[in-house]
Design a binder for this molecule. Structure first.
Ligand SMILES: Cc1ncc(COP(=O)(O)O)c(C=O)c1O
Length: 415
């Protein structure tokens, strides 16, 4: 097996093989347990060991394991899940285009919808898409090009070229680039309500409302990449609700099924759907994947939403928000830490100081390994910050345990 994002020269023969999980804890093949501070990759929101989700998949697979969704076909769980998602998003009369592989497929699909939309409404010149520094929009070709983390893009050279980048926290930079490129050439702006893989950066006060307005003023589609922030992570159903946004499109994945089966979606508002759905339109969005709207994945999505609603997990995330900030606060005083970031839901980061990283570039990887030896899984974001994005079922005591283990892993560097 060739692992994603791994140096196989050092990883081969040393993988940590996971075998089971319960709540916020996973167990490896040697029987060791780990508190999963990152919910796998930001997604096991309802926690591990949910038999209900396995049963939903099983029941659907016994009935109709799979069927395609091209052209006229669909399935009962796909239709039901589309209705259910459309009812909770902050977009009136939304349509849901399911993608099979997760967020990367959703991002590439949204980018293609944006470009097809401008052609359909007679402005085919509006093909440039703008994204931000520190952005992560998945690893398909479009998402890689939209990404703002140089280590992820540099090895591949130019992929999609009609892309521009702006500073992640400066709304005026967006206005300036639109002016430079020309509003008649810019089709969309993609942004994560909270930047995730780039290091967990919360938006500066007013930033998101301002960029949304700049997009409106310049006739540019505003696309919220909610692959991490969707389905409760910020303490509201969507980051767009938390920050008072009404995007033209949203991309989602991860928390849609809590990762029990892979599934993503683009959620598009009436402005975007109109040329394709309007009575008499001959427009066809010629895009889709073999496993788009996979019935078993959609059945899991429905059962996952049942759990989130029944157990009131979104308000629980909101309640745990101060507990997370409280638990991590002591780390801000650590000699190797420059910043602790919390502020919305169960999302946080502990940034290692630039001095420590420059003095010893291996420090981050060692701290991650030391935390794992002490029973807590985290990872290093963009080479600078430790990630915290636990399952929504985590307890305040477990949040403190994460913080204590981080402190011990950092202290080990000083001894
Ligand atoms: C904001 C965002 N968009 C897109 C993606 C890509 O999702 P996936 O890895 O499921 O393809 C991710 C993954 O972490 C993400 O955080």
């Amino acid at each position: 097996m060739w692992n994603p994002f791994a140096n196989m020269a050092t990883t081969a023969g040393h993988t940590v093989t996971m075998v089971s999980g319960e709540g916020s804890t996973v167990y490896d093949a040697t029987g060791r347990s780990y508190l999963d501070a990152i919910a796998s990759l930001w997604y096991v929101n309802v926690g591990y060991g949910r038999a209900e989700l396995a049963e939903a998949a099983s029941a659907q697979m016994h009935k109709l394991a799979c069927y395609q969704a091209f052209e006229v076909f669909s399935s009962e769980p796909a239709e039901a899940l589309a209705q259910r998602v459309a009812a909770i998003v902050p977009i009136a009369d939304a349509k849901v285009f399911f993608t099979p592989g997760g967020g990367s497929d959703a991002v590439d699909t949204a980018a293609k919808i944006a470009r097809a939309y401008w052609r359909a409404v007679g402005q085919p010149g509006k093909q440039v898409i703008i994204a931000r520094s520190h952005a992560y929009h998945g690893m398909n070709a479009y998402g890689t090009s939209l990404g703002g983390i140089p280590a992820n893009t540099d090895p591949f050279g130019p992929l999609v070229t009609l892309v521009e980048h702006v500073l992640w926290d400066d709304a005026s930079a967006l206005a300036k680039v639109i002016e430079q490129v020309g509003a008649d050439r810019v089709g969309a702006f993609f942004c994560e309500p909270v930047i995730g893989a780039g290091g967990v950066y919360f938006p500066p006060e007013g930033y998101l409302a301002e960029v949304q307005q700049i997009c409106r003023d310049n006739n540019v589609l505003f696309v919220a990449d909610e692959v991490i922030t969707g389905f409760g992570r910020t303490g509201e159903w969507f980051g767009s609700i938390r920050y008072g946004l009404e995007p033209d499109m949203m991309t989602v994945a991860k928390g849609l099924t809590s990762g029990y089966l892979p599934l993503g979606a683009v959620i598009a508002g009436p402005r975007v759907t109109e040329p394709f759905w309007r009575e008499g339109s001959t427009e066809v969005f010629r895009h889709g994947y073999t496993y788009s709207a996979h019935p078993a994945a959609c059945a899991v999505g429905l059962a996952n939403l049942d759990i989130i609603e029944r157990e009131q997990l979104v308000p629980r995330v909101r309640e745990l928000e101060p507990a997370l900030a409280h638990a991590l606060a002591p780390l801000a005083g650590h000699e190797l830490v420059s910043q602790v970031r919390t502020g919305a839901g169960l999302l946080g980061a502990v940034e290692l100081s630039a001095a420590a990283r420059e003095a010893d570039p291996g420090i981050g990887a060692r701290v991650v390994a030391a935390a794992r030896r002490r029973g807590v899984i985290t990872r290093l974001l963009r080479g600078v910050a430790l990630q915290i994005s636990p399952p929504f079922v985590i307890t305040p005591a477990e949040l403190h345990q994460i913080s204590e283990v981080f402190a011990a892993a950092l202290d080990a560097e000083l001894s």
